[in-house]
Design a protein around this ligand. Structure first.
Ligand code: DC
Length: 225
C-alpha cells in the first residue's frame, strides 16, 4: 500500500488539499482530526470534561467510530451509528478535540484504527503525528504550515461561510491556544518529521498549494499527474 502523510497546525489547509489530492490520485483521504473531534464531541455530550483523563478514559469503550466515504469522496464519520460529520465541525469541538488528544489512552485508542486504514487502502492521511508516529514509514511526508494570522483568517472565513457565530479575534485565540497545546503535549506532539518536506502556504492560494504538492509527488512517484 502507498501512503502520504500530511501534518501541520490547525488551519494550514491540510484537509482541503488532502481531499483534492486523494481524488486526483485515486487514494483514500483519512482525516484523523475528525476522529479526535468525535471523541471530544461525545465527551461534551455526556457533560464531562475533555481535559480530565478520569472523565475521558472510562468512556472510551462506549465510543464506536465509523468511517465511510461519500460519492464526492468526502469522509463521513459516525459515532455509535449516528453521522456526526457536521456536529464535529462546530468551533467548540476544536478545543475539546485538542484537549482529549493530549490523553495518551485516547491516542492509543485511535492508533489501530488509523494504521488499519493505511494497511487496507492507499491513503492520504492528515493530522499532527502521522509522519512521526502513525505512519513513520509513509512513502511521502509533508509538513504544511502558514502564519497563525493566515490560518486564522482561513478558518474564520470557513466559519462565516457556514453561518457560525464567531469573530476573527476568537478564531485567532483558539488557533494560537491549540498550536501551543498540540505542540507541547507529552505524547505524539505536533512536530515536523525529520524526513518531511516543509511547505509554507502563507503566500499561496489553494490551487498553488495543490500544484506544489503535485510537483513533489510527481517528482517522486505519481506519473499519471
Ligand atoms: O485537524 P483538526 O483541527 O480537525 O484536529 C483537531 C484536534 O485533534 C487538534 O487540535 C489536535 C488533535 N489531533 C491530534 O492530536 N493528532 C492528529 N493526528 C489529528 C488531530
Amino acid at each position: 500500500m502507498f501512503s502520504i502523510a500530511i501534518d501541520g497546525p490547525a488551519g494550514a489547509g491540510k484537509s482541503t488539499v488532502a481531499k483534492r489530492l486523494a481524488a486526483d490520485c485515486q487514494m483514500i483521504y483519512v482525516d484523523t482530526g475528525a476522529m479526535y473531534r468525535t471523541i471530544g464531541y461525545y465527551i461534551l455530550q455526556q457533560g464531562l470534561n475533555p481535559k480530565n483523563p478520569e472523565d475521558v478514559i472510562p468512556q472510551l469503550p462506549n465510543i464506536h467510530i465509523g468511517i465511510s466515504y461519500s460519492q464526492e469522496g468526502g469522509q463521513r464519520i459516525s459515532l455509535n451509528g449516528k453521522d456526526v460529520s457536521q456536529e464535529i465541525r462546530l468551533p467548540e469541538m476544536s478545543m475539546a478535540s485538542s484537549n482529549v488528544s493530549a490523553i495518551p489512552q485516547v491516542r492509543s485508542f485511535l492508533l489501530d484504527l488509523q494504521r488499519n486504514m493505511a494497511k487496507e487502502y492507499d491513503v492520504i492521511m492528515d493530522g499532527r503525528d502521522i509522519g512521526t508516529v502513525v505512519l513513520p514509514n509513509a512513502d511521502l511526508k509533508i509538513f504544511l504550515t502558514a502564519s497563525p494570522e493566515e490560518r486564522s483568517r482561513r478558518r474564520f472565513l470557513e466559519y462565516q461561510a457556514k453561518g457560525l457565530p464567531t469573530s476573527y479575534e476568537d478564531t485567532l485565540a483558539d488557533v494560537q491556544k491549540r498550536d501551543y497545546q498540540d505542540s507541547h503535549r507529552e505524547v505524539a506532539p505536533l512536530k515536523q518529521a525529520q524526513d518531511a518536506v516543509l511547505l509554507d502556504t502563507t503566500g499561496l492560494n489553494f490551487e498553488q498549494t495543490v500544484e506544489q504538492i503535485k510537483l513533489i509527488i510527481k517528482e517522486r512517484f505519481c506519473h499519471v499527474l
